[in-house]
Design a protein around this ligand. Structure first.
Ligand code: CP
Length: 318
């Protein structure tokens, strides 16, 4: 059985990107593949883009879609094996997941990290329990440490907007935020860009904001944001909370926010963000509303990323 949880589930990133771009050109070419197939999209946490784009992608493939806001409408799930369920949890994933495996052909799951317990979060307990007990392919709609559909979308967007023969310089820059956010988008982007190998990849962040090396190995780390931005072709902006001293906010320095002045240091870089974004905290109005922002294109490409992955899952190629 095959799942889509990380870049490690993908044999050929460029082929998957090409498939997504084919679907972008011709969305309805594989409508027969998903007819009589049903996908369940389970949300333990909020979403707009992932929910809508995955639903559209599944429908483009002829699938029926059921969205279930487990976090709001479902029984509180227990994920620990051998738990004595005398607390707030009502149903064990061991009982719930096999039932979903009977209702659906593919199961998509969004589950955020606690940011309280690094060991549990980084073991991907929740999504792995669904994989263990559902018995059908599981598609990550963002898990505790990774967001693979977002990262595939990001590479699709880079691929279709960069036309030069050389490798682009891609900079992932930390940005300020008022809340402690997961590391998953930054982890996943790093993991995919490193695995793709088609860029000069630099990560910049304040001191003590190192991500897990398991994802960043292969990138250059530069703590001076201005140095990092020099000659960049793409700047990916994202906040994350601290990894080592887990889930903390050490820095909220507004000087880390990307502005047009800083963009002058780049090679007229395209600016990326996964959204949602807090305007004038994480990214300035002038950048988001300016000509260099590709955030809407990025979000629209979520449909084609999801469609390519679902196509692979349905044809069991992943
Ligand atoms: N980027 C992203 O995953 O957006 P949503 O949280 O709205 O799905």
């Amino acid at each position: 059985m095959k799942n889509f949880i990380s870049v490690n589930d993908v044999a050929d990133i460029d082929a998957l990107v090409a498939k997504a771009l084919d679907f972008k050109a011709n969305p309805l070419t594989s409508q027969a593949l998903g007819s009589n197939k049903r996908i369940g999209l389970l949300f333990l946490n909020p979403s707009m883009r992932t929910r809508l784009s995955t639903q559209i992608a599944a429908e483009n493939l002829g699938m029926k879609v059921i969205v279930f806001n487990v976090g709001q409408d479902g029984w509180a799930l227990e994920f620990e094996d051998e738990a004595i369920m005398s607390g707030n949890t009502v149903e064990h994933v061991k009982d719930a997941a096999p039932i979903m495996g009977k209702y659906f052909d593919v199961l998509g799951i969004r589950t955020f990290p606690s940011l309280q317990n690094k060991v549990d979060d980084y073991s991907e307990l929740y999504i792995n329990q669904f994989i263990k007990y559902a018995g059908i392919p599981v598609l990550s709609l963002e898990s505790a440490t990774l967001h693979p559909l977002q990262s595939l979308t990001d590479i699709i967007t880079i691929r279709e907007t960069f036309r030069e023969k050389r490798k682009p310089k891609i900079v992932l820059t930390w940005a300020p935020h008022v809340k402690a956010l997961p590391q998953c988008v930054a982890n996943s982007f790093s993991q995919w860009i490193n695995a793709w190998g088609e860029s000069d990849f630099v990560i910049t962040h304040p001191e003590d904001y190192e991500l897990d090396e398991k994802f960043t190995k292969g990138a250059s780390i530069e703590l001076d944001q201005k140095k990092a931005l020099k000659d960049a072709d793409f700047v990916y902006v994202k906040n994350w909370s601290t990894y080592t001293d887990y889930g903390r906010i050490y820095c909220n320095d507004p000087s880390w926010m990307l502005t047009n002045d800083k963009l002058q240091l780049t090679n007229n870089a395209k600016v990326m963000h996964c959204l949602p974004v807090r305007r004038n905290v994480e990214l300035s109005d002038e950048i988001l509303d300016g000509a260099n922002s590709v955030v809407t294109r990025q979000a629209s490409n979520r449909v084609w990323a999801a469609q390519a992955v679902l196509h692979e899952l349905l044809t069991n190629k992943l």
